[in-house]
Write a protein that binds this ligand. Sequence first.
Ligand SMILES: [Cu+2]
Length: 415
Amino acid sequence: MKTLLKLFAVAAAIGLSPAAASAQAAAAPQAGQARQQAEAQQQPATQGQPASAPRDAISARSQAAPAAPETISDPALASVPNRLAPTAVQEEPSNAQVLQSTVARTAPTASVGQPDGRMNFQDQVTPIGEEAAWFHNQILLPLIAAISLLVLVLLLWVVIRYRRAANPVPSRTSHNTVVEIIWTLVPVLILVAIAVPSIRLLANQYSPPKADLTVKVTGNQWYWTYGYPDNGDFEVVSNALSDKDAKARGEPRQLAVDERMVVPVGATVKLIITSADVIHSWGVPAFWVKMDAVPGRLNETWFKTDKPGLYYGVCYELCGARHGYMPIAVEVLPQAQFAAWVASKGGTMPGTGAARPASSDATQNSPIANPRGVNTGGASGATETTPEPNQILNVTTTAPVSEQGATNSRRGESQ
Ligand SMILES: [Cu+2]
């Protein structure tokens, strides 16, 4: 009997471990580098880069002066200082600039990528999301329902059949070997059965295919910024729209943003997620993606979808007074439209256009450009040991792909 109980304990540990392991695995760069990067992200992204054109008049206005608290929330928050305006000093773009933007804006589809009142999960549009939703709907839910019903029936049976009036002389039985083996073995088998798809899902989540695009996501109080290091390293600032502007665009209130994160369809998108101030959490339910944005850390997650469309999310970590007003909108576009969007932001597609010139510090430290290692710049002494934030990011985004990833990319293709 003791052996059986031990077996049960071991199986329980196996069965429950996936839940514990789902705690986010986080890359832990050196604190100094991470701080540098956070500082770099707080600086305006427009320095030395072409100005990115807003996609329409509403975006232009919102980028110039993001929605005030009272326009997207209850009046109680109106007294909270609005720190949403990193670009508030910019002049409102001219009509000509706005009209230059030829990229169409995807309209939301009802019940896709946004809440619609249902009790179940949103429709999943990524392979991981489909696998996880299947695991929940086809395995876990029926199992939980069956076990709950069985326990309820057993309880009712005992309460009614063995109550004092119906059973005045209770049995003195204290052991029944057959029953004890059954009630030990059956849960063990159930947990082992759950562990198989659970561990498979975890393994798939944490071994992404090779990334086609990297987006650097930064949480700020209270807006998001999206950097595109593969596309000329431009950055878009994504503010919540006021209720009025959201309605004007036919988008749901408190989910619409002025500048969306835009990605190409069918691409494996690697997200490098961090924060410039407090802990936020970037999540899009339709992708089955949620990852904490922690100051001084680079967290990584990914998604891949074959369905163009517009998918909404929110910040999932209590991050301050306006936590509820920093929504996320991800627009998945065909490749050509994505390229047009990148161009409208002043970015370039990999392999096209001129690469950005290497920084002067990098040139000075190169043994070819500076064979004697002479310090040619005032601050380059520090640079030799402390790489620029951009360089840190490049190291992160071009990490070698493991064998595990290669295996998984075949899996990704088949789906
Ligand atoms: Cu937040």
